[in-house]
Every structure is written in C-alpha cells, then in structure tokens.
Design a binder for this molecule. Structure first.
Ligand code: SF4
Length: 742
C-alpha cells in the first residue's frame, strides 16, 4: 500500500527543443527562453547528499517528509518518522511529489492576459509589473464598491499569507470549497448534535475501533495517510468493518458486511439502525441519560422507522439491517460510525450527517477509546503583534439575510457557491474581483457553466497557482507559485491525538521565476497599503516569532521538522474532559435549534428523485494516486492512472452492448457531454448508477499533461441541490446516458 521511496528517474521523453517550442507557443511570442527553461536549467553547482525535513502538500493532510537532495536536485521523498501524521510513511502521491516540481508545463513567470478570457493568451510580465497592475485594479474596484468586492478563494496552507493581505485590506469574503463542496454538511450535522465536529484531521480513533462503519466513505481510495494506516491496523487486530455503498469499493473488499443500498437512501438506513438499537435497548443508556437532551422525543420520531420500512427504500434485507445494528451495539463504545469527509451528495447532507452523529451518540463513543478521541492541540498565535483586521460594515456576500433569516442559517463558513451567485446577481452587493489561490474552481465547484457565468461578470480575476489549470485560462493576472518543496509555508499545528508542530521549509530553490505564497502575500499587501500587517523582514522571522511565543525551539523545529508537545489524556476514561457546545450544553438528540428555524429536529427521510428513463445516477469519488485535478498532470502518478474510467454494472453493459474498455462519452440530463472515457464493466456497482473518479477532464490547453484526460464530473454536475441548512452543493443528483464513440 505504501512505498518507501521514489527515485528521480528520467521523466517523459520530451526533448528540450520540442518542450521550448510548445511552451513558447503557449505563452505567445513574448515568452523568452529565460521564462521557459526546464527544471534542470538552474544549475546550483551543489555536490553531495543532504536531507531536509519538511511537509507534503500533494494533499491537505500535510504529512511530515524527509527530502533527500543529491547534487543539488531532489532525489527522493520519505516519511518523517517523528511525524504523528505520516508515522514515517508517505502515500503514493507523497512519494511522487517531485512530479509537481518537474512538471514541464508548470507556470514559470507572471502573466498578464492579452486575449479573450478563456483563450489562455497572455504576455509574460515581471513580478513588479504583475503585482503593480493587480494592486491597482483591486484598489480601483475597492474604491468604487468597497473592499468587500474582492472574493478570495483558496485551498490549503499555501494561501495563508495572501489571505492575510486581503483580510487586512478589508474583505471578509474568504472561501474554500472544502466547506460547501466537501466536509461542511458533516461539520454542521455534528455541531448541531455534539456542539463540535470531527475536525481536520478527524478525531476518529479508527486504530482502536472494534467495529468501523463506513457510509460512502472510501478509506483507501481517499488516501488520508493516517486514516489508511489506522484502517489497516484495525483490520489486522480483527475488527469488524461494515460498508454502506452502492459500489463495492476497496474498503468494501475488507468488510464483513457490505450493504449496497440504493443511492440517496442513506437516511432511511440510519433511521432503521437507530430504531433497532433504541427498541431493543442496545444503546448506551447511561450516556444518553447523563449527556443527552430530548431523547424521548427523538425515540418517538424514529419509532416507526423499522427495518421492514427501510428495506423497501434502500434495497437491502431487513434482517441485514438488524444484524448490523446489533453488531454495532455489541462492541460499543468502541464502535465508530465514520463521519466521512466529502459529504455533499444529495442536498439533504447536513441532516444525513446529523443522523450519523446521532447513531454515534447512541454508541456513547464521544471521547471514548475506539470512538472519537479528545484531540490535543498546541495552538500557536496566528500573527503575533499585528493589528486586528478591519471590520466590514457590509458583512459577507455569500449568505445574505432573506425574510429576516440567513439564507443558510447553519453555515458557519463562507459558501463558495454563495459568492458565485453574488458575483452573478450583484446581490447583496457587487462582487467584482476574484483572487483564486491553488483551487481550480472550474473543477472544485459543480456546474462549470455557472462558474463561467460568474467569471464573465467579473472586472478582475487573479489566479495564484503552480500549474496553468483551467481557471488560470480566464485570469487577467496569473502569478506562478513555487511548489511546496521550494517554499516556506505557515506552521501546521492541527489538532491530533499527539500535540505537534510541523514545519514546511524549502528543500530546493524554485527553478524559474516562481515565488512562495508568503512573498506574494507580503508584496501584494505592501502595494495594497497594508504593510503594517507584515512587520517581519521575511517569513522565517514571522515563523520564528510564532514558535518563540509558543515556547518552542525554532532551531530544533528546523532540524527535525516536527516538535511534539505535552500529551494530555485523549479518552474520558483516562481523565480527558468533554464539553458539549450546544445551546443545552448536552448532546441534542432532538434539536430545538433546528425546530426554531423551521427544520426537522430529528432527520427525516425523503425518497431521492428518479432520473430520466434509461439514465444512470452519476456517483463520484477519489483514487488513491490522485488529489482532485491537482495531480492529473503529475507524470509520476499519471502513469498509474492517466484517465478515469466509467464503472458500469455488467448486466447494464450487456444491455447497452458495451464491453470493457469501449470508449464512451457521457451525456447528462441537461445535454452536457463529457470527453471520452473507457467503460469498466463490473459486478461491483448497482445497476442504477455509474461511477467516475473526480478531477479529470481538464480543458486547460496550456496544462498539456492534463488536457482532456478523462471526463469531468464537475462539468456533468449541472443539477445541483442546495443543502437548506448550510448551502452545500450536491454532486450525486445528476443522471447520465452513455454513448459509444464512433
Ligand atoms: Fe502527502 Fe499522501 Fe500525506 Fe497527502 S496523505 S500529505 S499526499 S503523503
């Protein structure tokens, strides 16, 4: 499952001459050899071998890495054994991280648009020209509409300093797709129940669980390093795995019970499980009595949700529902119903996640071994000694008050798609500029057409990225960021079992004109007139101050990459304390908060919509060698999966006359077509759905390594249901037909 190292073998057989030709053509006649040289062009003259401790950024998990440099160039990446996240082992993507540095199509120099938006035509600019121009445009728009007219979209820790500059300039409109397009429904569902949520990384004690229930959560396909390692530990120790998924996933192949339910019927199953556990008195009565609020009303609300009722909806036997409910109860509190991560499926996702939270509450597993541990956290101050950000009088644009109530009352973070709507409609006020940092919004938000409509309504779009992803093609200014192996970033002090600090520091220098995010933030901030928010001379001084204020040793952190803090108990039984930050101060089985806002206080099941006759529901997910669209052009992992395949049930394939490997295009209910992909004929998926890995089908011509590789799920997701509680956007509400390519 894991590889220990990945040597720096020669990459794609692309001659330097041809490479220069392609790149010059991409960036227009203004591009010169100095902006288009390959990685090896900057010869350092360094000899010998050295190692640097840093952290991975191929995904947001930020595992500790030991990077080895040989004769001045990256040689291999391995896990840092001191790191509690990676435990000394990286996943496939992490070991192949140098592919991001080597990408022959990566951005090299700042660019200013010369052609139509989307035409990917720019002139090469100096950093001064690009930043001066960007700051001038942003200041002009802010003078007209207020600083709130700037929306900042980000993904990951690299955006930390640019976010700081823009917040200092006065915009509150800072959003990440990780909320409304990913884990937001889960966090809201858990907040409503426990007053807190599983966080990032999740406080799931998988390693010690005796029963693990995965509901549409594909551990092993979503390669979150520590969770996969714990999953393997748990299986090795003889734990029971129950998987609920219309698809026989990798996790399902490890399961004792696989419940291939009809897509969209999860709430029916969850209610039936809770019905069995409550009726048979199998729940943790002591926990519910001591910490629960509204248990009787909850119990009444699920009284008729029997396995027999659910079986007809979900397409799985009532007896299997009963058996698995009893199995869960048998091992409680060491029974973990995994909260999932990308929980935006059908538009009722916060309520489904609340049902998952309630089932966990019946297990009495919050703060208990094998359930959810109480995380430790060092918690450094963000920017010691800088002034508070100015307070916006307008507030955020994403979630306006309508009829006396916020549109999505329980959204506690900015909703990306809410900002997209504000950009299109100009309501509640005009959003005229986007700054987009390391998130390809044409893939990370559903309905590409709607995103393009918003982009057309903008006066200014600036993109900061390492590669010319699709969104860069529409940018007025493109700023090339150094990849994570070439830059400092903010310190990682995420909460975990073990309190820790992790440092990202440069291993090698950027090969061209690329700059780190902290430098871009500082220089943009200076031009926007907020230099007092950047009082340090460079990023190292900023990090050193943060570390010193926390009482930690900077030199030790630089040398080891990881510092471990003082361990506090993580289980209630060992003295850890748990508080429930809900209005009642208890676990809310029946939610007054929801009832007061006109929502169901206990989750209710609604039958999912049917698709047009002859169509299949499109399901999406992850592959272990890819991180969204970010890695599709990384030649090292693209060798393992160059494009996505559409999974199709074998009986359906026979009906359609499609064989394994036949190339098809997908057409959705609104007539939107994908690029061609091969069919994977399999018994491992229910007949009414098909499945595609997300992140493929890039339309960015400049990013040749990813261009038109596979089919884009974002493009096919034009029918979106919005979660009424928190604004999350459903992805599994689209239907497609398959058409054989000539
Ligand atoms: Fe890197 Fe893999 Fe860890 Fe993500 S899980 S940070 S890709 S090693």
């Amino acid at each position: 499952m894991f590889t220990e190292s990945f040597s720096s073998a020669p990459l794609a057989a692309l001659s330097r001459r041809r490479f220069l030709k392609i790149t010059a053509a991409t960036f227009g006649a203004a591009a010169t050899a100095s902006q288009v040289g390959c990685v090896a062009d900057k010869v350092t003259g360094e000899k010998g071998i050295r190692t640097v401790a840093t952290t991975c950024d191929v995904c947001f998990w930020k595992c500790g890495v030991i990077a080895t440099v040989r004769d001045g160039e990256l040689w291999k990446l391995e896990g840092n054994p001191l790191d509690p996240l990676s435990r000394g082992r990286l996943c496939t993507r992490g070991t192949a991280g140098m592919g991001m540095r080597e990408d022959p199509y990566r951005l090299r120099a700042p660019l200013i648009r010369t052609g139509e938006r989307g035409a990917e035509q720019w002139k090469v600019a100096t950093w001064d020209e690009a930043l001066d121009y960007a700051a001038e445009r942003l200041k002009k728009l802010a003078a007209q509409h207020g600083p709130e007219t700037i929306a900042f979209f980000k993904h990951g820790i690299g955006a930390y300093y640019v976010e700081h500059a823009l917040k200092a300039f006065g915009t509150p409109n800072v959003a990440a797709p990780s909320f409304a397009q990913c884990r937001g429904p889960r966090d809201v569902g858990f907040n409503l129940t426990f007053g807190t949520n599983p966080g990032t990384p999740e406080n799931t004690d998988i390693a010690n669980a005796k029963t693990l229930v995965l509901i549409g959560s594909h551990i092993g396909e979503n390669m979150h390093n520590s969770q996969v390692q714990e999953f393997a530990d748990m299986i090795r120790a003889g734990g029971t795995v129950i998987v609920v998924d219309p698809r026989h996933s990798t996790a399902a192949s490890k399961a004792k019970y696989w419940l291939p339910i009809r897509p969209g019927t999860d709430i029916a199953l969850l209610l039936a499980w809770m019905n069995v556990i409550v009726r048979e008195g199998l729940y943790d009565r002591e926990y519910a009595g001591k910490y629960g609020e509204g248990f009787d009303k909850f119990s009444e609300a699920i009284a008729d949700k029997t396995p027999e009722w659910a079986a007809g909806e979900i397409g799985v036997d009532a007896e299997l529902i009963r058996t698995t409910a009893r199995e869960m109860a048998r091992t409680r509190p060491a029974t973990l119903i995994h909260p999932g991560r990308r929980t935006t499926w059908h538009g009722d996702d916060a309520q489904r996640s609340r049902a998952v939270a309630l089932l966990n509450a019946l297990m009495g597993n919050w703060g208990r071994k094998g359930g959810f541990y109480v995380p430790n956290y060092i918690g450094l101050a963000d920017f010691p000694g800088v002034p508070a950000y100015p307070k916006s009088t307008k507030g955020k644009a994403d979630n306006p008050i309508i009829d006396g109530r916020k549109r999505w009352p329980f959204a506690d973070q900015t909703v990306t798609t809410g900002l997209r709507e504000a950009t299109i409609t100009g309501q509640p006020y005009p959003v005229k500029a986007w700054v987009v940092d390391a998130t390809n919004l044409l893939q990370s938000m559903p309905d590409r057409r709607r995103t393009l409509e918003a982009i057309r309504a903008l006066d200014f779009l600036m993109v900061i990225d390492t590669v010319p992803s699709e969104i860069t093609g529409y940018a007025d200014v493109v700023l090339p960021e150094a990849v994570y192996l070439e830059r400092w970033d903010a310190i990682n002090d995420d909460s975990l079992r073990t309190p820790f600090l992790a440092l990202r520091q440069p291993v090698v220098a950027p090969p061209h004109e690329q700059k780190p995010g902290w430098w871009i933030g500082k220089e943009l901030g200076r031009r926007l007139g907020v230099e007092k928010y950047f009082p340090w001379k460079d990023v190292e001084e900023c990090l050193r101050v943060r570390i010193a204020e926390g009482g930690y040793d900077w030199a030790a952190l630089k040398a080891k990459g990881i510092l471990i803090g003082k361990q506090a108990p993580i289980y209630i039984d060992d003295g850890a304390e748990v508080t429930y930050d809900t209005p009642s101060g208890k676990v809310e089985f029946w939610s007054k908060q929801l009832a007061d806002k006109g929502f169901d206080p206990v989750p209710k099941y609604t039958r999912p919509d049917e698709g047009p006759p002859g169509s299949y529901r499109l399901l999406t997910g992850r592959a272990p060698m890819h991180t969204f669209s970010r890695t599709v052009g990384n030649a090292r992992v693209a060798q393992l999966m160059p494009e996505n395949k559409v999974w199709l049930n074998a009986a359906e394939a026979r009906k359609l006359g499609l064989a394994n490997g036949t190339r098809v295009k997908l057409r959705n209910q609104d007539g939107v077509e994908s690029g061609p992909v091969p069919v994977m004929v399999t018994e491992r998926i229910r007949p009414e759905c098909v499945y595609l890995v997300h992140g493929f089908g890039s339309e960015a011509k400049a990013w040749k390594g990813a261009y038109r590789k596979g089919a884009s799920t974002a493009q096919l997701s034009t029918r979106v249901k919005i979660d009424p509680l928190m604004g999350g956007t459903s992805i599994h509400t689209n239907f497609v037909t398959l058409e054989k390519m000539a």
